[in-house]
Design a protein. Sequence first.
Length: 577
Amino acid sequence: MTDGPTTGPTTDRPQTDGLRTDGSTTDGLRTDGSTTDGLTAGGSTADGLTADAPTPLVRTAFARGITTLTLDSPHNRNALSSRLVAELREALAAAGRDDRVRAVLLTHTGTTFCAGADLGEPPSASGASGLVALLRSIVELPKPVVARVTGHVRAGGLGLLGACDISAAGRGASFAFTEARLGLAPAVISMPLLPRLDRRAAARYYLTGERFDAAEAARIGLVTLADPEGDADEALAPVLDGLRRGSPQGLAESKRLVTADVLRAFDRDGEALAALSARLFASEEAREGMTSFLERRDPAWVRQTASDAGAAADTGAIPDAGAPDAGAAPDAGPRGPRGTRAPAGRPDDPPYGGARPQAAQAGPQPRHPQTAAGGRRGLPRRARLGRFHGRGGRRAGRGVAGRGPAPLPDPRGPFHGRRRACRRGTLGGAARPSRPARGGRVPAVVEALVTLYTGPLFRAALQLWVAASYEEQLGARVAALEAKIGRETHRMAVELLGADESVPGVREAVQGLLDMGRGLGLANLLTDDGHRRERVVAQWSRILEGILTPKGPDDHVANNHSADDHPADDHSAPAAS
């Protein structure tokens, strides 16, 4: 995602968030049939190793003078985790020592070349230094390094391309510098990139975070060759043949000439840019950016400027593998049921991002009251109108303007729409509540959670769970999604309360609060339970305040620490870029 240090959410199959912070897919399975821990149903690893040996994230093969290094970390879309960085550096060093090797080919499995930093690892200065070392090792390697890209590349992954000597992009490739949208900057990766990029283009894509395709990447100097209709192998064939004919000394000295400017940038700016990256990742603004990305919501600075039409910024994140037009140009988007562009505002799905030129030309569009209310709750427009494409057919559940959503003929029909709503919401479709003053923190958090569980998002989740009960396979996937949302909700509640779960009783109290909220949500399905809500909120607020309030001068003051005091947690942004 970002060019964060030794860190890299995504797989070549759809995920609940594109970026799973726990490093697993929605059903725990890899596309090759193995589980996310590399074990097959028979107990062996996917590549035939015993269960005691971890599955390598970088696979090595040698043929006809070319060593091929394949990034194979599908659980996080080949993100730059500390382990992947270490394995890649080791494989590069081994290729450099092998006299048989004339060149190194760097490629990938799945639909993503590299997603950037690994969101599952906390930011650190050592992470930034590790990324600097990796990029420099590619530039300094005495053998030419060639990149083959047929998938998405984001942020730190673009640094790998910049460090390579030659690169080719094929069908399905897309690129984006996403850092600025997350409160960051492409600091470390600028060293290998800026000497190669057109400066005007670099300014545009650094600042806007727009996606661009293979042809544009070749035009601005990011890649050497573009083969938008092929897999890049045909374009690379003459390049690799030419490298095989080069002498070891001739290749090494020629590479030294063309990389001199890049190496000077590392010598001059390496330490300073690593420090800048670490500082940015530790900032409050970056924390908000990364948290909003994980929660599938807009960051605070986007919400401040968003119009009432609900237009949301596109973070440039890698789309699900099943999304239409995954490699489309930035201004492309799927057509809606009536020929209009699909609504903007899905930060994890590129085809739904960007502007809506047709609507802009036509002026303000009339909005159904149901969609307006749902928009404020954070639900997608199709979910607000009941446009769920399940077994009932494409038009099943479509609402009629002015009449609300029509009934669904099949209880499994809402699955796809409800799933999208839940995937966006995590802690809630509504905006994350701002942290209140300390005196009113606990009641405000309790009220926010109760509002979440008695609102439309929780009702959508219940319909999804009911639909999943009809099919065992579907139920397993929804159970994994439910577990993830539960973990994120618990984490966010702890953060907003400013609590310390190491204090006895705190974790249980927070979980009890969430269970109470779910209970109110279920009760609210049959009757309006609003008359009891104020009393329940007050009662639970007193209970939590009693647990979080220090009992003596030597006790840990759990309630006096806000989330700002803990810049790194299990779901924080990747390490420095």
